[in-house]
Design a protein around this ligand. Sequence first.
Ligand code: ATP
Length: 319
Amino acid sequence: MGLRKVYRLKDREVLALDDVDLNVRQGEIYGVVGQSGAGKSTLLRCVNLLERPTRGTVRVDGEDLTAMRRPAQLRAARRRIGMVHQHFALLSSRTVAGNVAFPLEVAGVASSRRKRRVMELLDLVGLADRARAYPAQLSGGQKQRVGIARALASDPKVLLSDEATSALDPATTESILELLRDLNRELGLTILLITHEMDVIKRICDSAAIMEAGAVHEAGRVLDLIGTPGSLLARSLFPLPPTDAPDAVAITYPRSYDEPLMSELTRKFDVDVNVLGGAVETVSGQSVGRLNVQVRGLNRDAALDYLDGKGLLVEVAGR
Ligand SMILES: Nc1ncnc2c1ncn2[C@@H]1O[C@H](COP(=O)(O)OP(=O)(O)OP(=O)(O)O)[C@@H](O)[C@H]1O
């Protein structure tokens, strides 16, 4: 809360976080998006105190990490926070099992318990048969599975993910996102991830924040944000190509509708409806999306008011 981070360089200061408040609920997947330099990585590093914020507090699982002054206390708290990296950060000289065992060795877990735990973790990420392989023998997706297993070794409550899928192809990205979603559901794991891919937000995030120049521009549950007029997140999740078609309107569906709204319009108001473009997809179990639609006819205004009354967001240029 109230996180501020100033990097002090030789000749100047960089304000990387400017009063950032983020409230991640227990058990949810929270995505932070933003352009390069927005402060996402700094935020993530401040959450596990790899970077000490200049001001503000970080509370994880009810504990104020920023108030902990004893290194041992902070180390113990950090064990409850796992971290997954974009480029996997595996030790090339160690096998898959050796990589996952590493944090357990550091924590002083006895050898027999360690071995059992490593196999459990590899099972969890679907890599039990690759325990003896070396990182160089693995695909990108498998490497990230090792990274995730290692991050879960100390049984964390929270997983931080720094662009975990950015180095992966679309199909592998999909399978890693599915794994994160499964771990979130099965273990009740809270996940805070940073990404520059809106698709990641669409696919697995319950909540999201958009960061710009060190500040949170917009934050909340994804479905709520999609239903908020003028939401940057909604526009970024479902970008509409510009259109100069006459009588075009942008319609946002913030939830699923049982009734066929567009055909109702033509029937009830005798207007012509022409879908120009857009997308409707399933987000958090709801069909949501945005469409560019041309609505023409004498009763156009009444038709648009009808959609508005149904809870759709109707944006008319110049209205
Ligand atoms: N260790 C550092 N020392 C000085 N300035 C830094 C340091 N780390 C980040 N910055 C600066 O802080 C700002 C925020 O950087 P940060 O890496 O957090 O952004 P980001 O949104 O994660 O971007 P990217 O996706 O490119 O990593 C940038 O202006 C960056 O140059």
